[in-house]
Design a protein around this ligand. Structure first.
Ligand code: URA
Length: 203
């Protein structure tokens, strides 16, 4: 089965999973982009517009994300965009820990299928999902290896719409992404290389 088919199957499973929190209250926003993207952008949870259109990042924050992608010449269709929680929490409240946990097996599978080189997390919830010890104001823009992926925490575009300082930081971090993607290739190469036998220590 190809990646697109596998993702389609996963989406159907999610749609049918009545145990998922927010089931029946909001639409599923599964994610979109290249099934074999090298880069995934992972946000928090859909908002009003995303729920309506069943597409991630299509409101004001999404428009900024599109602009930032354009600036680094990464067409939106060349990456994969999704969220840790895939239904809109009522009134756009923060996602609850139990919601994040419930959606986790699906996000894990989605990442496994796409198998990107790099994951850019948008905002503190998505960052904490991968890097629980990190602090967004201190650690944004600093890549961390997580298994075979390079995780790069960046600010949420919605936060950048509220603060010009954050916008500046977000732009700076975005501009680093193409270079970071190159370094993430080494991680994948290391992973694919046959393991060297352990050196016997004679001294
Ligand atoms: N904010 C998010 O975290 N995700 C979206 O899809 C839209 C806004």
């Amino acid at each position: 089965m190809g990646k697109a088919e596998e993702l389609g199957k996963l989406k159907k499973e999610m749609e049918a999973d009545k145990k998922l929190p927010l089931f029946g209250q909001a639409n599923l926003v599964f994610g979109e982009g290249r099934p074999d993207a090298e880069v995934m952008f992972i946000g928090e949870a859909p908002g009003f517009h995303e729920d309506k259109l069943q597409r991630p990042f299509v409101g004001q924050a999404g428009k900024l994300l599109d602009k930032l992608l354009e600036k680094i010449k990464w067409p939106r269709e060349s990456v994969y965009i999704t969220n840790i929680v895939k239904r809109r929490p009522p009134e756009n409240r923060d996602p609850l820990q139990e919601e994040i946990e419930a959606y986790k097996p699906y996000l894990t599978k989605q990442i496994e299928i796409i198998n990107p080189k790099m994951i850019a997390t948008l905002g503190r919830f998505a960052m904490a999902y991968f890097l629980p010890e990190a602090k967004i104001s201190r650690d944004h823009g600093i890549p961390k290896k997580n298994g075979s992926y390079l995780i790069i925490p960046i600010y949420h575009p919605a936060a950048a719409l509220r603060s010009t300082t954050v916008l500046q930081e977000l732009e700076n971090d975005f501009n680093k992404l193409p270079e970071l993607l190159k370094s993430s290739e080494n991680i994948k190469a290391e992973e694919a290389a046959p393991k060297k036998p352990a050196q016997s220590s004679l001294f």
